[in-house]
Unconditional design. Structure first.
Length: 280
């Protein structure tokens, strides 16, 4: 159904402040910035090998600004959504209708880069609440233009998203949606005994969607939590971040064999952030 995890969305209050923080964290400049006049939002985009990362702020009035303000008012700045890419948005629309989901029509979107006035166009399909369960999520088909690639990526900078972490209180329901409806490969379903929690791994375009279950008596719901970024040289990354005044924990061995990790503790707009290096 989907061919990739297209991008991640972080709600922020002050776009310039957030952009400055993430430019330091990533060690690279954003490749795109623009305004969605009809939605009342502005954004800044950082591009990686397997996805892109969007900082989204309310800057005027509109449905988009209302949505971002809702998240800011209820939980503050942070990771709010993920968007899936397709090359056949009409087919997905028909498939979900055949499954009797109440789903609206596709809508057109357009972005203009503030630095060079280049244009990108796309189609959106917003997913119904019974499929998103609290996560701001939709499907996108890019129809015109593309994001520029970073001019260069240093070994101390993230080059790809390793995994995104989602918390859920209903792992079985999550599987029914992401595996059985979205057709995303379920690579792991395991109970971690020392945590006494169930963990799911879904794999899509060299990215892992890691799901941690914490059961409760509330209605089924999911929430975006944090991100892990691949770096080629975590020692250089740690030194660079320290030089930028970013708080980062000491490097240690990761839970996964042959990995080194460090946790970024500041400049993330409340997004739990891990750096990871996979050793040969």
């Amino acid at each position: 159904m989907f061919n990739k995890l297209d991008h991640l969305i972080v709600a922020v209050k002050d776009l310039q402040e957030a952009e400055n923080n993430y430019q330091k964290l990533f060690g690279m400049a954003p490749v795109w910035s623009g305004t969605h006049k009809e939605l009342g939002t502005s954004n800044s985009l950082f591009n990686f090998q397997n996805t892109y990362f969007e900082l989204l702020a309310p800057t005027s009035e509109g449905l988009g600004a209302d949505l971002v303000n809702y998240y800011l008012d209820t939980s503050g700045e942070g990771l709010i959504g993920m968007v899936f890419a397709t090359e056949d948005i009409a087919g997905i629309h028909s498939s979900l209708q055949e499954r009797k989901f109440l789903i609206g029509d596709t809508s057109d979107g357009e972005g203009i880069n503030s630095s060079d006035q280049k244009v990108r166009k796309w189609k959106n399909l917003f997913l119904p609440p019974e499929l998103t369960r609290g996560i701001f999520s939709f499907v996108i088909e890019h129809t015109e233009g593309s994001l520029p690639q970073p001019k260069s990526v240093e070994p101390s900078s993230p080059h790809k998203l390793d995994h995104v972490v989602i918390n859920t209180n209903d792992a079985n329901g999550f599987i029914e949606i992401y595996k059985d409806i979205f057709n995303i490969r379920l690579a792991l379903d395991k109970t971690i005994e020392h945590w006494q929690k169930r963990m799911l791994f879904f794999r899509l375009n060299k990215t892992t969607i890691e799901v941690i279950e914490q059961e409760d008596d509330l209605p089924p719901s999911d929430k975006m939590w944090g991100l892990a970024w691949d770096v080629k040289d975590i020692k250089k990354a740690h030194q660079r971040l320290s030089n930028e005044g970013i708080e980062v924990t000491p490097i240690q061995k990761g839970v996964k064999e042959k990995t080194l990790v460090a946790t970024v503790k500041s400049h993330t707009q409340n997004v739990p952030t891990l750096l990871i290096q996979h050793l040969n």
